[in-house]
Write a protein that binds this ligand. Structure first.
Ligand SMILES: [Zn+2]
Length: 829
């Protein structure tokens, strides 16, 4: 029997209102008005879980990984009941639409919007906004969900967020204090912005050195959203920034992406104007460096955007800014909620167009360079392949013996002989624009005033020979890897030394207490030539290792390390294995300074490198404790980039020098060199150009309006230079006689007159990126890496930070060499 229609209508209205009632608001759930307290990460997640229980047909929550501190990472899929049911079909259709999945797409009218919150842990209004946005979508904005899948990452960096919030809760007054000098507005080192290893996750999208990024990319590349928003906060005096972005825009960005950014911005402006809220667009936040939460999605075809609310780690629950306005957390999260919803609205209204334009972006048949060909060290090729896999970028092996095009080694037209091991990356593939952005020799810069580094070209970063070819290079699917042969019982085993994989192998051997030698001179044995730095493991040295051969074999297999067998200590060409030129590697005890004075980013890079890449123990020492600690317990002390003015008091400097004279090694990175330059007893000195006085004068006469641009003449914002390398010095073992360095600033140091200039700039030329004319003047004949011996020990200078954001793969061995091979004092502590 059919029920009367009126009854059905009443019944449905009742159901709808019941549903609205059963969705808890954030304030109801939290037990306080949202924005009057900071919600801890677990509360944010619990709210999403609660809503999932209340409307399971419209919200699907999944974990996509874990942080270093074991917090789970979540994504929430929010849409209409109908869409949630066919979520997998929608995802597959989207991939089919852009050629990432075979088959015909059955629909192209659903927009996919991905909203990412709180990548910087102390920009804490955004996770609060994620809760309110979810609530509003499900209660007031159902209409948009009919043709939109919203993916919310409520907390991308929960370790950082909780670091900030736990500190704030411990510190803040009640009620909150709006005086910015109050402790609640001044975060202690290192602050809540970065993740556990103190990496800036909003610089890590391409390099994917961090677990949060790696796990996120797996899902991101499975979904490939049409819109991606990264929610941030800026200084307390800047009101709000949203799209359209500022110049420079990277070349790969299409007209459609430019235009639609403006449309999105105008939609936000409508809401902000109605409330009288201030905002700005088209300034400061550009779209050039590919590793951000706005550029990465943009180069992957999406509308990638950054939204910046005034606030940041300084703002707390409320703060008085320079304009006499009390900026509150409630206000901050309200703005972020408004732009989040406005984004979903405009995506929903343009769902069809988003799909068709998105598909067009993935046609890459017209890119200038058709193929990038790379050859060189197999380990380096393999680590590049691993990076490409993280982005689902495909690659093959060459099937030709010669390729011509632009040579990365010279920056000019040339040719390169290759074999089937050479890697070929074609631009005409779905991810082709990202391929271009990552590989092309020199990205075109429409404006030198950018927010970040201007060079990152992968062949330089990985230390590979490469050509960019305007014709498609013949290639075929990659050869499978050969299995390693088991070692046989003989006199000894030799390993090459020219990659981080070799360094990891050494670290593993040292962990198992193997005695390992390295050679300071090339030698030949068993008809094979071994270069400087080669590792030698002999049976005779390792009688203390139980099951020596079996253990060595296991380690070599696990690390995929090829070893060459030698059957005698008598070499065909000297040195023999017992020679003083072949030394035992000392199991170095390494310490690093952390805390006030050090750059948290640089310290984090060292920490992460030792724990997660080299797998070698390191002791962190707080700068505040330097005066009290016993340095004699360590062989090596690393000083990350930083400002050590307050750290190196006269007493601490004397202590450091005495320790070095007695055999210690200091490795100073980037800004740490300022502690020694021009100081008594050091040969390290600043270099200034002869006409820097003239330049200064010229600047003083520059108009107010042009001052910023004129000043950029003094800057180097991440540019690539070629250095000369003394690869007979242990710090450069495993390197060629040249090395491409990423220069991050214009600091210039003269060549050492007492010490070793291991790598230096000679005949400077910018291979990629921006370098101001004035900055270049003082850079010729300056130090990049060097060693200054003092007593029995050494100061090792690294002007350029090879661990910067952990992506300059080819520079990392300089640091490892400095630890294990330079001034290798084989004494036991
Ligand atoms: Zn931020």
């Amino acid at each position: 029997m059919q029920k009367p229609v009126t009854f059905l209508v009443v019944f449905f209205c009742f159901q709808l209102s019941l549903m609205a009632q059963t969705i808890a608001s954030p304030s109801d759930f939290l037990g306080y008005e949202i924005g009057t307290q900071f919600s801890r990460n677990h509360q944010v997640i619990e709210y999403f879980k609660t809503i999932e229980k209340q409307v399971p047909n419209q919200l699907k929550l999944e974990t996509y990984g874990k942080t270093n501190e074991r917090r789970s990472l979540y994504l929430a899929y929010i849409s209409s009941e109908e869409n949630i049911k066919k979520l997998e079909t929608i995802r597959e259709n989207n991939l089919k639409n852009i050629g990432l999945l075979d088959g015909e797409s059955s629909a192209d009218d659903i927009a996919i919007v991905w909203l990412s919150y709180n990548v910087h842990g102390n920009e804490a209004s955004s996770s609060e906004a994620s809760m309110l946005t979810l609530f509003k979508l499900l209660t007031e904005k159902q209409e948009w969900l009919k043709n939109t899948v919203v993916i919310i990452d409520p907390s991308m960096n929960p370790d950082g967020r909780d670091r900030y919030i736990n500190w704030y809760n411990e510190t803040a007054s009640q009620p909150y204090n709006i005086d910015r000098q109050a402790s609640e507005h001044n975060e202690p080192w290192p602050g809540g912005r970065p993740n556990h290893y103190l990496f800036d996750l909003n610089r890590d999208w391409v390099w994917a050195s961090q677990v949060e990024t790696q796990q996120r990319l797996e899902v991101y590349n499975k979904w490939m959203p049409h819109v991606h928003v990264d929610f941030h906060e800026q200084g307390i005096n800047e009101p709000y920034y949203f799209a359209p972005a500022a110049e420079p825009f990277h070349e790969v960005i299409t007209d459609w992406q430019r235009d639609f950014q403006t449309e999105i911005g105008k939609n936000h402006a409508k809401y902000f104007d109605a409330k009288g809220w201030l905002f700005f667009t088209r300034e400061r936040f550009d779209l050039f460096y590919p590793s951000y939460g706005d550029t990465y999605p943009t180069f992957m075809g999406a509308m990638g955007m950054t939204y910046e609310q005034g606030g940041h780690g300084m703002a707390g629950l409320g703060i008085l800014n320079d304009e006499g306005h009390v900026l509150t957390l409630i206000e901050r999260l309200t703005h972020h909620t408004t732009t989040g919803l406005s984004t979903v609205e405009i995506a929903s209204k343009n769902a069809k167009k988003l799909n068709t334009e998105f598909a067009k972006f993935f046609d890459n048949s017209n890119l200038k360079y058709k193929s990038y060909v790379l050859k060189g060290n197999e380990d380096k090729l393999n680590s590049l392949k691993a990076l490409l896999n993280k982005h689902s970028i495909t690659f093959e092996n060459a099937t030709t013996s010669k390729v011509s095009g632009i040579s990365y080694a010279t920056g000019k037209q040339g040719s390169l002989n290759i074999n089937s091991k050479a890697l070929v990356v074609h631009a005409n593939q779905p991810k082709g624009k990202m391929v271009k952005a990552l590989f092309e020799p020199n990205a075109k810069l429409s404006d030198s005033l950018t927010y970040d580094i201007t060079a990152w070209s992968l062949p330089y970063a990985y230390g590979l020979e490469a050509m960019a070819s305007i014709t498609k290079v013949p290639s075929e699917t990659l050869l499978s890897k050969k299995a390693l042969q088991a070692l046989t019982d003989t006199y000894g085993y030799v390993s090459k030394w020219n990659s981080i994989e070799d360094a990891q192998f050494l670290a593993e051997l040292l962990k198992y207490n193997f005695k390992v030698r390295f050679t300071e001179k090339p030698f030949t044995s068993n008809n094979k030539k071994f270069e400087r730095g080669s590792l030698i493991i002999t049976k005779g040295d390792n009688k203390h290792i139980k099951n020596f051969l079996e253990t060595l074999n296991t380690i070599a297999q696990e690390q995929a390390q090829t070893l060459t067998e030698i059957n005698s200590g008598f070499s065909q060409t000297t040195p023999d294995i017992g020679s003083p030129d072949i030394k035992l590697v000392n199991k170095q005890k390494v310490a690093v300074l952390s805390g006030e004075g050090t750059s948290s980013l640089s310290y984090g890079e060292v920490w992460h490198f030792f724990e997660q890449q080299l797998h070698y123990p390191i002791t962190s020492i707080n700068t505040a404790d330097l005066g009290d600690i016993n340095l004699d317990r360590y062989h090596v002390l690393i000083l990350p980039n930083g400002n050590y003015r307050k750290v190196f008091t006269d007493d601490n400097m004397t202590k450091l020098k005495d320790w070095v004279r007695a055999g210690g090694k200091v490795i100073a990175i980037d800004g740490a060199l300022r502690s020694f330059a021009g100081k008594d007893g050091f040969s390290l000195n600043y270099k200034t150009s002869k006409d820097s006085k003239d330049d200064e004068q010229k600047q003083n006469l520059t108009s107010y309006a042009d001052r910023e641009r004129e000043y950029s003449n003094n800057l180097i914002t991440g540019a690539i230079f070629k250095t000369k390398v003394d690869n007979t010095h242990p710090m450069a073992f495993g390197y060629d006689d040249h090395y491409f360095t990423l220069k991050l600033g214009s600091s210039a140091y003269s060549l050492l007159d007492s010490g070793y200039n291991v790598a230096y700039l000679d005949n400077i030329k910018v291979y990629s990126g921006f370098a101001g004319q004035n900055a270049l003047k003082s850079l010729d004949q300056t130090l990049v890496f060097g060693e200054e011996p003092m007593g029995s020990g050494s100061f090792i200078y690294m002007v350029d930070n090879t661990l910067f954001r952990s992506f300059w793969e080819n520079g990392k061995l300089f640091l490892v060499n400095s630890i294990f091979m330079v001034n290798n004092n084989a004494y036991e502590l």
